[in-house]
Design a protein around this ligand. Structure first.
Ligand code: PLP
Length: 455
């Protein structure tokens, strides 16, 4: 059955109005989208191509994920080979060699003794996995009273019930509030326009906000708290770099009280901040790191949790001597899927061979300068930056729900051939790590045009 909607004329032959109605697009105003869909049909390097062949500069690496750029040959070939060789291997009680090889490679990139990798498929799964590991870890150590989880305001940890519970995005929570995990608290977020406006890199102000954890410990007692989870740099809520000293302080307090510290590195992992992980950049080693996105440069879904020697050994010890006993009651059919592992290995090779993480470190100062060019734009109220990310807060339209980011994103895609990431009144940028200096100039110029149009 066809809807009354006017069919857009630039969909390409494959999509009918009926199809448009069938696909429920995530985190998207569906009615608006279906009036004028933003479709891409092909991608290569720094560009997407629309069905009619228009090149769109990708300033967002898809969704903070295609870190190596799009459709890179070595990754494509590895996936093709893997698909013909081993389409699937059961992930419970069986496995395949590439799963172990990739886990080793990831552990080698991670700091400290973060040596053990549990695989999932999405960031949401990785985050829920880490929370479950934290609860089971304390129980295995005879501290089953540690069930409380602490997240942070303005945090995004995916969309599972665990992730939305510890997450701090009001709209992601309120529709489902009856089903939140019990015993969850939220630290304050670390952003203050008053103290941090137009700061590139880490702000000086805000380390003291970590001390709120001491207040929660005083209130609930450390013996009830399992873990603290934070994004080392909040991404989806508008690039909030950690204040200098903040992560160090969180580490100090959690260590002192036997609370696990989890870094959600779904965005910050695999080069986005000029290092393998943010943990390395900031010199703060958590007890678990969650990752997704960049591990395969988004070519095949893959995610995971990296856990310390102590965590892994605690589970092993809990079943020592019982050769039928499972140490962790958790897993996904597609944990360590062969295609994802092949893609992951090829992607890590590419990052290493092209020195892409170091490349970001080298580009960072130039990138920060370039985006600050928009500082005087009448629409721009604040700019933040860290690694190869940036966010622009745009002046809201008084009396209307936040929409400036969406307006700029639409203008960018339809009229200025650039893909921007919108969130309410904020625009975020996170280009593939292969971006050239000329392309950075182009990103800033086209973003300016999109802002001009909205203003
Ligand atoms: N955690 C963080 C920090 C994220 O940015 C995201 C996605 O953007 C997720 C978790 C969820 O990942 P996914 O969409 O793969 O479930």
């Amino acid at each position: 059955e066809f809807t009354a909607m006017t069919p857009p004329d630039d969909l390409g032959p494959a999509v009918t109005p009926n199809d448009l109605d069938a696909f429920w697009v995530p985190f998207t105003p569906n009615a608006e989208f279906k009036q004028r869909p933003r479709l891409v049909a092909r991608a290569e390097g720094m560009h997407y191509y629309t069905p009619e062949g228009r090149a769109v500069l990708d300033a967002t690496a898809g969704l903070w994920c295609a870190n190596a750029g799009h459709c890179r040959k070595p990754i494509v070939e590895a996936i093709q080979k893997a698909a013909a060789e081993l389409d699937f291997a059961p992930s419970f009680q069986f496995s395949h060699p590439k799963a172990f090889e990739l886990a080793s490679r990831i552990a080698a990139l991670a700091p400290g003794d973060l040596n053990h990798v549990f695989f999932g498929n999405s960031g949401s799964e990785a985050d829920d996995t880490a929370l479950k590991i934290a609860l089971a870890y304390h129980r295995a150590r005879g501290e089953g009273s540690r069930t409380r989880l602490i997240g942070r305001e303005r945090a995004y940890h995916g969309v599972g019930f665990g992730g939305i519970s510890v997450g701090g995005m009001v709209l992601n929570r309120k529709w489902f509030s009856g089903a939140m995990l019990p015993g969850v608290d939220h630290l304050p977020h670390t952003y203050s326009r008053e103290h941090q406006a137009f700061t590139t890199g880490q702000p000086e102000w805000g380390a003291h906000l970590a001390d709120d954890l001491e207040r929660m410990i005083a209130l609930h007692d450390a013996s009830t708290i399992a873990a603290v989870i934070v994004e080392p740099m909040a991404g989806s809520t508008g690039v909030l770099p950690p204040p200098k000293g903040y992560l160090e302080r969180l580490r100090e307090i959690t260590s002192k009280h036997g609370i696990l510290l989890i870094f959600d590195e779904v965005i910050t992992g695999y080069g986005r901040l000029g290092a393998s992980f943010a943990a390395e950049r900031f010199g703060v080693v958590p007890d678990m790191i969650t990752f997704a996105k960049g591990v395969t440069s988004a070519s095949v879904p893959l995610s995971g949790v990296i856990a310390t020697e102590d965590i892994y050994k605690t589970f092993a010890d809990s079943v020592a001597g019982a050769d039928h006993a499972i140490d962790l009651f958790h897993g996904y059919t597609y944990s360590a899927h062969p295609l994802a592992c092949a893609a992951g290995l090829a992607t890590l090779d590419l990052y290493r061979d092209e020195g892409l993480f170091e490349r970001v470190a080298g580009l960072e100062a130039m990138w920060a300068d370039a985006i600050m060019d928009l500082k005087d734009h009448p629409l721009v109220e604040d700019i933040r930056q860290l690694g190869l990310t940036a966010a622009f807060d745009l002046a809201p339209v008084p009396g209307t729900p936040a929409r400036r980011g969406f307006d700029a994103m639409r203008a960018g895609f339809h009229d200025h051939d650039i893909m921007l990431r919108a969130s309410a009144d904020t625009i975020c940028l996170s280009p593939p790590l292969i971006v050239s200096e000329a392309e950075i100039g182009e990103i800033v110029a086209r973003t300016r045009k999109a802002f001009d149009q909205v203003a």
